[in-house]
Design a protein around this ligand. Sequence first.
Ligand code: NAP
Length: 273
Amino acid sequence: MAGKPLAERIRAEVAEEVRSLGHVGLTTVLVGEDPASEIYIGLKQKAAAEAGIEATDVRLPVTVGEDELLAEVARLNAADDVDGLLVQLPLPDHVDEERILAAIEPAKDVDGLHPFNAGELYLGRPRLVPATPIGIMALLNEYRVELDGADAVVIGRSDIVGKPIAHLLLQANATVTICHTHTRDLARATLEADVLVVAAGRPAFVSPDMVKTGAAVVDVGINRTDAGVVGDVDPGVADVAAYFTPVPGGVGPMTIACLLQNAVRCAYIRRRT
Ligand code: NAP
């Protein structure tokens, strides 16, 4: 399940919508100089600009105080030309991440991490949902992977991937199991999976003997190793699975494309309210 072709199509559709809307603004806020975060912000900024979105890149020093960051979020909440607002995670230890995310205006919450948007997803009324799970669902749909009645297993329960993808799969009528570090027998669960989504952040830790023949396997992991960027799934799984997302080139490009889609969604939500 290659992500690039679908991601390119989505980005072209986004560019079309931006043209018809006239203006869509996306502001990213990066605190500090974490190298991985800088790469992600660079990719998001570049993709947004290519789609005609007015992308603004706010950089704050790692020493920024929580109140100062809250004041910056309040300023961007009030700025009329900002449709989508994203604060790149992780934040430094002295800043309360939950407080910052809760301060973002829900209609501008392009990452879908505000409690209101997370709650809407939980209640089965997805409004702004994190980009990675949206991208995974779009990929599964593109490759016509049957979800109704399927056994779906998600490894990972983060707010940005594991929990939201589990909810979206549930809403698509899959029977969903969520695994984490306290799961007693991971392989017993994964071997039952028709659809397996792996978001653990552990290089190549899902091996071919953990995968049911013919399953659809989505590898969300991005792990920087001496051998380069690798996923959470051993590439040998491709011999067992019917569908398998590569790393890189699978979920990654979909995340960027769906973030742009979310920025457009923010613009529509803001024009409605
Ligand atoms: P995270 O917040 O660190 O969460 C990892 C989850 O995996 C946790 O719930 C953890 O369980 C579980 N886990 C870790 N090791 C495990 C093990 N050995 N067995 C079972 N469960 C295990 O990570 P995240 O933000 O969700 O990201 C996960 C991976 O996806 C990372 O590699 C990240 O870089 C990547 N990612 C990629 C994209 C993309 O666009 N492709 C987007 C976002 C994230 P506990 O809760 O019990 O600790």
